[in-house]
Design a protein around this ligand. Structure first.
Ligand code: ATP
Length: 307
């Protein structure tokens, strides 16, 4: 397996009486767009601040490009970030703000300014003062600044916060473009699953400082396919009957003790009739139509119940 770009292990940050981050593990592989999901106050920003060496963990480790970070590290030069709302000099123009950052970061190539502004769709607005920018434009200017030194990893903390639907869509397109055209590995945090669902290749769900689940989008989607769930007194016989009599192809006994039929277009009533006719006791039968959003909510509610 390729070396992870970012590897977080057992990361904790405890404030007086608050476990803001409690034993978080995360792994970003090259090319991932990682959706870091959690409700407000779940611990996303605190985790991100530790990743960037801005605050010290209580325990645990963050490895960037294989190197453990301890603050002030050169490896951080390979990372760009926009954490919370990006701040700018309001009386300076977009390009002037970026120019300051270019010098600060020691980026020699002046062409990087134009490149960043064009990539983020702000080239035409380059001579406007930052104070006249809309929230969406400020977020994009934050990204322009974060990619100026051509990082390999970009960390965006809630970049769609406060944006209207159009702004959210544009932000999604921009993130996708950065990943595809510039080959940047991206971590993007959000409290709304649907905002990262179409984008993310991998998802980590944090709740009250604890990582409830980390999975590839493919795994999550697979898990959340629509299905008909059955509780029966003879799993093997039911499986055979469903296959032979109703042509069911994808029927499995899952770890949670439910027999699940994933085939589309099968009728629960028909299954029930068949099984009962053949002497099988069907104690429960449910048709699940969860969206990923439902799954996220259920997971978080479950996490809340166990907290
Ligand atoms: P949001 O999207 O609202 O920023 P978040 O997921 O980023 O949420 P964090 O900002 O990381 O959450 O906060 C996690 C928890 O840690 C919260 O309960 C917060 O109040 C607490 N917390 C964060 N920073 C501090 C601090 N400096 N001192 C005390 N508690 C803190």
């Amino acid at each position: 397996m390729a070396q992870p770009i970012l590897h977080v292990q057992g990361l904790c940050k405890h404030y007086k009486g608050v476990k803001a981050v409690d034993g978080v593990d995360m792994r970003l592989n090259p090319g991932d767009i990682y959706g870091f999901l959690g409700q407000n106050g779940a611990g996303k920003t605190t985790t991100i601040r530790m990743m960037m060496g801005l605050i010290r963990p209580s325990s645990g480790s963050v490895k960037l490009f294989g190197e453990e970070i301890n603050g002030g590290d050169t490896v951080l030069r390979k990372v760009g970030s926009v954490i919370e709302y990006p701040g700018f000099y309001p009386n300076l123009t977009a390009i002037e703000n970026l120019e300051i950052h270019r010098r600060l970061m020691g980026v020699k190539d002046k062409g990087a300014l134009e490149d960043s502004l064009r990539t983020t769709g702000l080239w035409d607005a380059r001579n406007r003062k930052a104070s006249n920018f809309s929230l969406g434009m400020k977020q994009r200017l934050g990204i322009a600044r974060a990619i100026l030194h051509r990082p390999e990893l970009l960390i965006l903390d809630e970049p769609t916060n406060g944006l209207d639907p159009m702004g959210i869509k544009e932000m999604r397109q921009l993130i996708q473009e950065l990943a595809q055209k510039r080959n940047i590995t991206i971590l993007v945090s959000s409290h709304i699953l649907s905002e990262v669902e179409q984008l993310a290749t991998k998802v980590g769900i944090i709740h009250r400082g604890v990582m409830l689940e980390e999975a590839t989008m493919q795994e999550l989607k697979h898990k959340n396919r629509q299905y008909i769930g059955l509780q029966v007194d003879d799993f093997a016989k039911s499986q055979d009957l469903l296959r032979d009599e109703l042509g069911v192809r994808d029927c499995r006994l899952e770890d949670d003790g439910w027999l699940r039929v994933y085939d589309e277009g099968k009728q629960p009533s028909e299954m029930n009739r068949l099984l009962v006719r053949e002497g099988i006791e069907v104690s429960s039968l449910v048709a699940m139509k969860d969206s990923l959003e439902d799954y996220f909510v259920r997971l978080v509610e479950g996490g809340a119940a166990h907290a």
